[in-house]
Design a protein around this ligand. Structure first.
Ligand code: SF4
Ligand code: SF4
Length: 145
């Protein structure tokens, strides 16, 4: 699976990963057909990671928020970011998109901006963006309607 969490992962490197889509889908389909029920038990390590991450967000409340985004001069006000946002968190003012503080950090606006005009304050590769080749932009926009 590609990890499109831009602050940490370089999408270009992620795209090179062997994904075994057919094999994984077939396994999932088989599990659904058999109506398998499985809930993985939490390990000690899971619990420690959860606590550490919760503490990190507590002391860095803006870490995964739209305060991390900036819109550059390449923006041509096409409005794609507005349409792909599942939270209706973006409005276009006279010059460029403005964020409203109701962000779930899905990163759709950044990944799908045709101009790559939206940047994160810190990211692994500002030129690398991801769009699932099996999903169209129109389908993403329609899903938000
Ligand atoms: S998608 Fe990119 S180019 Fe289009 S309005 Fe948003 S920031 Fe500007
Ligand atoms: S990251 Fe997602 S939720 Fe946040 S503003 Fe962009 S599209 Fe909307």
């Amino acid at each position: 699976m590609i990890d499109n969490y831009l602050p940490i992962f370089n999408i270009e490197k992620q795209k090179m990963k062997k994904k075994n889509i057919e094999g994984n889908l077939s396994r999932l389909l088989n599990d659904v057909k058999q109506e398998k029920l499985y809930i993985r038990s939490e390990t000690f390590s899971d619990s420690m990671w959860t606590k550490a991450i919760q503490y990190f967000y507590k002391i860095n409340p803006n870490f995964n928020s739209d305060k991390e985004f900036s819109v550059g001069i390449d923006c041509n006000q096409c409005g794609t970011c507005v349409k792909v946002c599942p939270r209706d968190n973006i409005k276009i003012d006279e010059l460029k998109p403005v964020y409203g503080g109701n962000c779930e950090f899905c990163l759709s606006c950044i990944n799908l901006c045709p101009q790559k005009a939206i940047r994160l304050r810190k990211e692994s590769n500002p030129n690398a963006r991801f769009m699932n080749e099996n999903v169209t932009l129109k389908e993403i926009i329609t899903a938000n309607d």
